[in-house]
Design a protein around this ligand. Sequence first.
Ligand code: ASP
Length: 353
Amino acid sequence: MGNNCFQVLLILALINPAVFLWGQAPEEREASHKVQKFSIVIHGGAGSSAANASPLQVKRRKASLAKALDRGVAILSSGGTSLDAVESVLRILEDDPQFNAGKGAVFNAAGEHELDASIMDGETKACGAVAGVKTVKNPIELARLVMTETRHVLLAGSGAEVFAKQQGVELVPTNYFDTPGARKSWERYKLRMSGLNKNGDEKIESSWKMGTVGCVALDGKGNLAAGTTTGGMTYKKFGRIGDSPIVGAGTYADNATCGVSATGIGEQYIRNAVAYDVSAQMKYKGVTLQEAVDDNLRQRLNKNDGGLIAIDKDGNIAMGFNTAGMARAAADSQGRYEVIWGDAIGKTPEKND
Ligand code: ASP
C-alpha cells in the first residue's frame, strides 16, 4: 500500500514537480517558482584607463571583477539580501591586491595605510562607516558592524580599532596591506613632492591613480544597499578622510530612489554631497537615475574628478565617469552580465573606455 502510494506520488511529481512542494505554505510555494529579481553593479575605481595598463593587467583585473560579480549574483539569485551581496563582493575585492582597498591599499604621506569604508541599507537608512583604520583586514565588515552593533554611524582611528578588537574581526599587521605597486607609486609621489612647496597637494590630485571599490545591489525584496571601501588617495595627508566613509558623499541608499557608490577625488564628492544628490534629484526633481548621475558628473563635478555607479528602485543600472576610464561590472536577473575595462566581456556591452 505504502509502496503504491509512493509510486503514484512519483508519477504525479514527474508530471507536475509542484507536487514536491505540497508541504509548503502557498506563499513559499509561489516564492520557490519565482526567479529572484535583482540588479548589481560594481566599480573598481575611476582613476585609471585600461589603455595605460598591460593586456595581462587588464585581463587580471577583469577576472577579479567577474569573480566578485559572480559572488554577488549567486547571493542575490538565491534570495540573499542586498546588504550581504554588497559586503561579500567588497570583501573579495578588499582581499585582492589589484585594488586600492584592503590588501593593495595606497600609502599616505607618512608611508602608512589608513583605510576608509561605509555601507548603507536603503530599507531602513541604517548605515555604518569606519575611517583611518590601520589593522582591520576587511574594513567593510567593520563598517557593517558599526551599523548593526552600535548606535553610531562613523567610527574613526583608534576608537574604530578598539571596536574591531571587541567585535573579534580579523586584524592584520600593518604591512599586510603593502604591495610593490602601491609602494612604487608612493615613492614616485614622494620624489615629486620633495620638489614642491609644502601645500602642493593640488598637483598631486590631478594625477591620481586609483582602484577604490564600490558595490550597489537591489535584492528580490526590493531592498537597495550600497558600500564603498578604499585606501584613499596616494600620499594623502596623515589623518585625511575621503568621501568613501562619508554617507551622502561616497555612499548612499534609499529604497524610495536609488543606491549609489562613488569613486574619485573624495574632497569633491564631499563638497558636492554627490551620492545624496543623485538620490535627491530623483526625489525632488523627478529625473531618472541616469539623468541624476550624468548631471553630477557633468555639472557638479569637474572633469577628471571620478565616477559613479548606481541602481534605482526598479533595478535600472547607471555607470558613469568623467575620467579616462572606470573598471566596472554589472548584472541583473534579466540576463545582463558585463565586465568592462577597456572593452566589455558580456552580453550587453555599452560605451567602452
Ligand atoms: N574617493 C576615494 C578617496 O578620495 C578615492 C577613490 O575613489 O579612488 O579617498
